[in-house]
Design a protein. Structure first.
Length: 138
């Protein structure tokens, strides 16, 4: 049986190919997946290429972006090609199902947190300094 289940974050925005043909549309993205066990001196993350077709490709194009945490199921597909006389081997996960691993509220809060601090003033306690007039008391 060839079955893969992964949870991770997109390392970049999904790339779409053959967008003019609904049946042949392809979407590629990579997931950063944390390892459960880390060996000394090794990176704690694997970067895994994923490929989605048709409806899954459209869904990823519309809803996923860099940093989105997702869970996917699929199968490993291997291949090879020759470039400059050197045979190279590839592997990718062909996606069967994909879904969000975080709620939209959590994801938006993380995105806002990443934007805070770029041109915004904070006080000595780390709180944002807001201009007066933004809120009214009733």
């Amino acid at each position: 049986m060839n079955k893969v289940i992964l949870m991770g974050r997109l390392t970049r925005n999904p790339e779409i190919y053959n967008a003019d043909s609904e049946e042949k549309i392809v979407c590629k993205y990579a997931l950063a997946v944390r390892r459960m066990i880390q060996r000394e001196g090794e990176e704690n993350v694997d970067y895994i290429g994923c490929t989605a077709f048709a409806g899954n490709a459209r869904f990823a194009e519309k809803h996923f972006q860099q940093g989105t945490k997702v869970v996917i199921t699929g199968r490993i597909q291997t291949g090879s090609y020759t470039k400059d006389g050197v045979k190279r081997y590839t592997s990718t996960v062909v996606i069967e199902t994909q879904e969000f691993a975080e709620s939209k509220i959590v994801e938006e809060a993380k995105q806002k947190k990443n934007k805070v601090g770029k041109g915004i003033n904070k006080d000595e306690n780390g709180f944002l300094q807001l201009e007066d007039g933004g809120e009214t008391e009733s």
